[in-house]
Ligand binder design. Structure first.
Ligand SMILES: *Cc1c(COP(=O)(O)O)cnc(C)c1O
Length: 523
């Protein structure tokens, strides 16, 4: 792999598929090779024309910067091109289907973006007097109303900023409730073997010991094992529904009953709410706390680490322990309750400095209003239909992990069908990149060998699903025909080839070092 002058791989290598052809510059078919912005921007250049600094006595008592700030100077067209070129090197939901299971990569409606940019919602500051942002607080109140209605739960904490943050919020509320009831000795959290990694991580972060619940052969919580592991030491169970195998927990009501009978709380990981929104209310199933990923179910953009929003709905038993702030309203208007006094006295604290991700609230609320109650129900129905279509059309070539019955919003395959082909799940996923599709989620859930978890979402048309299925069928046939060369070093056509992901994770290069020291006196 060729490296640039700071040791970063930039150039595509020759491969069999393109007959060893490499351009002279590293560019590729109208796409230019793109350096880091720090390598691109000159230290002495600037894109803006600022007035000269008027010399003045510094009030910084010797703390004045004596080295250059090290920001690259770029003109506006250079900056625009840099970011547009970077955006072309990666996949995006605006380019094609993005079948990353568990992540619900659905289309982000442009209407949401338009609403989020309304000046009364975007040009405001969290420290403004509440009387000047009544509309924004009202929007939070209405969003809260929809979330409570859709889940059948009496309370919601809006402020958590992601699903994992919502899990933390839910478990902190559960811990506070146990402590208030003199049950602080309950130190165990139960979670199924198929749980998303954030579940045990959250429980451990809150000081709990995590014990795994076994799974049945048909991919559900093993009730006998759950019953055997429940007891006076258990604070909560964390169960995802529909679960990470893309299956509805048939016994969810019994799971809740057993949990409550043992004096524990039922935390439901609601990341897969998209599959049941408008059709099932988790409150009716006996759930005590559940986070909702607005960036999954309610179409706010995500990927690349943010921003998201993970509001947590709470049952009557946990509602008094919700974190501040929350919205109340009376004849004088809307108000954020910020202090842990009065009715908020049992709040365990705050999840974030202010009130959460306003921009995501606006987008999610716009999505809810534009769909309406009937449209949201159809979201769930179409998401499930699309996943079952994929499962049905690929099951003759690939091996579904749970062949019996329909799936929910995700089609899960194992790697049994790749046996003796010399192709692994990883190879197959990377070969999808050459075909123009983002890979599905690989090797998750851990309970399924070589798992391939495909979540199309409801926003894909039948035509796009057919294109995707056709590409996967051709690849599957190639794998079975022994065309291992196509797979082993895939992707061949991406800007970067197969990277050493273990090395990248174990020894990440987190710091960029200038090639030459920047001059002190920038313009
Ligand atoms: C996405 C997801 C999470 C975590 O949500 P983030 O918003 O990424 O923190 C937790 N559990 C499941 C099942 C998920 O799919």
């Amino acid at each position: 792999m060729s490296m640039n002058n700071v040791g970063r791989p930039t150039r595509p290598e020759a491969s069999n598929d393109d007959a060893g052809f490499n351009s002279l510059s590293g560019g590729r078919g109208l796409l230019q090779d793109e350096p880091l912005i720090f390598e691109l921007g000159g230290w002495t250049k600037t894109g803006v024309d600022l007035p000269d600094v008027v010399p003045a006595d510094s009030a910084l008592a010797g703390l004045t910067r004596d080295e250059p700030i090290g920001l690259p100077g770029l003109s506006e067209p250079e900056a625009v091109r840099h970011y547009v070129r970077l955006s072309q090197k990666n996949h995006a939901i605006d380019l094609a289907l993005y079948p990353l299971g568990s992540c619900t990569m659905k289309h982000n409606p442009r209407l949401n973006e338009k609403m989020a940019r309304l000046p009364g919602l975007s040009d405001i500051h969290p420290l403004q007097p509440q009387s000047t942002v009544q509309g924004a607080i009202e929007l939070m109140d209405r969003l809260a109303h929809w979330l409570k209605t859709l889940t059948g739960m009496p309370a919601v904490a809006l402020s958590p900023k992601a699903g994992a943050h919502g899990e933390l919020c839910g478990l902190l509320a559960i811990r506070a409730a146990h402590e208030a009831a003199g049950n602080g000795h309950r130190k165990t959290v139960l979670a199924p073997t198929s749980a998303h990694g954030t579940n045990p991580a959250t429980a451990a972060f809150c000081g709990y010991t995590v014990v795994e619940i076994a799974q049945t052969d048909d991919g559900r919580v093993d009730l006998a094992d759950l019953e055997a592991k429940l007891g006076d030491h258990v604070a909560a169970i964390m169960v995802t529904n529909p679960n990470t195998c893309g299956l509805f927990e048939r016994d969810v009501v019994e799971i809740a009953r057993l949990t409550h009978a043992a004096g524990a709380y039922f935390y439901c990981d609601g990341a897969n709410f998209n599959a049941i929104v408008g059709r099932v209310r988790p409150g009716d199933l006996g759930v005590d706390a559940m986070h909702i990923n607005l960036h999954k179910t309610f179409s706010t953009p995500h990927g690349g680490g943010g921003p998201g929003a993970g509001p947590v709905v709470l049952s009557e038993a946990l509602a008094p322990f919700a974190p501040t702030p929350w919205v109340v309203h009376d004849e004088n208007g809307y108000k954020l309750v910020e202090e842990a006094v009065g009715p908020a006295a049992q709040a365990f604290g705050r999840m974030s400095a202010f009130h959460g991700q306003m921009g995501m609230y606006v987008r999610a609320y716009a999505y809810m209003l534009s769909h309406g109650a009937d449209g949201l129900r159809q979201v769930a129905e179409d998401a499930v239909l699309n996943a079952n279509y994929i499962k049905a059309r690929l099951s003759d070539l690939m091996s579904p992990a749970f062949p019996e019955g329909p799936c929910m919003h995700e089609a899960l395959f194992d790697d049994a069908w790749l046996e003796d082909t010399g192709v692994t799940t990883l190879d197959f996923a990377k070969a999808m990149i050459d075909e123009g599709f983002h890979p599905m989620t690989m090797y998750f859930p851990l309970v399924v060998h070589g798992a391939m978890l495909i979540e199309p979402t409801e926003t894909e048309s039948k035509a796009e699903l057919d294109r995707f299925i056709e590409a996967l069928r051709l690849l599957a046939q190639a794998a079975k025909a022994g065309e291992t060369g196509r797979f082993k070093n895939a992707p061949h056509l991406a800007p970067l080839k197969r990277l050493d992901e273990t090395l990248a994770a174990r020894k990440p290069k987190l710091k960029w070092k200038p090639v030459a020291p920047a001059p002190l006196a920038a313009e």
